[in-house]
Design a protein around this ligand. Structure first.
Ligand code: ADP
Ligand code: MG
Length: 278
């Protein structure tokens, strides 16, 4: 007997392997034989069997998508909303935050602004939104404002600002972390304004800041520019203003690493949310 490819593929599962390869269905290929055995034992119908292996393919594909896109989105860590302890942060309305996780605001190209002192979970909350967006196959990118403006400034210097701006305009959700930790130069503030303007009513921004809006004039080095930025950011937005203790310090306190003097970290003044005078 000659051994043509056809003859060597008399086992239907061998044929299936080839077909699955062509169709890019690795999970079906991997599971088909074992699940067929299971199906025979449990007396599944043909359609139950088919649904079972196709469901496995879809699940595996989604898992691969989430892993690769989480990397591409550049998240600083992975946290979900279920890992957020709302009892520790009573100033936050849990129902409102859970509602935000539906991402209707991203559908509407609205913004999310999370304000509060260090350690209250601003980045955690934005990461949780970003992770959910990835699950829903929304294009997401996460960056600190420092890295963002450094990149935009470099592009500006190299005469390729428009292209670079296009890159940051594309994701439906752009997360910008740590606004206000360091002041921006006039050029950086200007480039940041252009980004906010380019995304205005087109794509969502999720932004964190340790500074109240009143202090943004200093952050952007110019109250007029700060007002122009805030105007666009705040127009269609939800603002979460967290006034509480640092979760990091609480964990240290619990571990007995901080002395009595540090039991309550000095609270920053409540963050005002009014616009700075123009
Ligand atoms: P911020 O960005 O406000 O400085 P982070 O989001 O980086 O704070 O939070 C610091 C750490 O504490 C992270 O590991 C975060 O997951 C955790 N954390 C902060 N607040 C909470 C909370 N309420 N429940 C659970 N973990 C929290
Ligand atoms: Mg942070």
């Amino acid at each position: 007997m000659t051994h043509s490819t056809k003859e060597s593929l008399t086992d239907p599962f061998d044929v299936l392997t080839v077909l699955c390869d062509r169709l890019k269905l690795p999970e079906v290929s991997r599971l088909a034989a074992a699940r067929a055995q299971q199906a025979a034992t449990a007396q599944w119908t043909y359609s139950q069997y088919l649904v079972d292996i196709l469901q496995a393919e879809v699940t595996a594909r989604q898992a691969r998508y989430v892993v690769s896109h989480t990397q591409m989105a550049h998240l600083p860590f992975h946290k979900t909303l279920d890992q957020y302890d709302f009892t520790f942060q009573p100033s936050l309305d849990e129902r409102q935050v859970r509602q935000l996780l539906t991402l209707q605001w991203v559908d509407a190209a609205e913004n999310l602004i999370v304000l509060g002192p260090p350690g209250v979970g601003k980045t955690h909350l934005v990461v949780a939104m970003a992770a959910q967006a990835i699950v829903e196959r929304i294009a997401v990118y996460f960056i600190t404002i420092q890295d963002l403006v450094a990149d935009l400034r470099k592009a500006w210097d190299e005469n390729r600002f428009a292209t670079r701006l296009g890159l940051y305009t594309r994701p439906r959700l752009l997360c910008i972390d740590e606004v206000g930790y360091l002041p921006l130069s006039p050029l950086e503030a200007n480039l940041f304004f252009r980004l906010v303007a380019a995304r205005y009513e087109r794509g969502s921004l999720a932004l964190t800041s340790n500074k109240g809006f009143i202090d943004w004039g200093q952050v952007f080095g110019d109250p007029v520019l700060a007002t122009a930025i805030l105007d666009r950011l705040v127009h269609h937005s939800t603002i979460l203003n967290i006034r509480g203790d640092s979760y990091r310090l609480r964990e240290k306190r619990k571990a007995g690493l901080l002395g009595a003097a540090a039991v309550r970290p000095p609270l920053e003044a409540p963050l005002p949310v009014e616009l700075p005078p123009s």
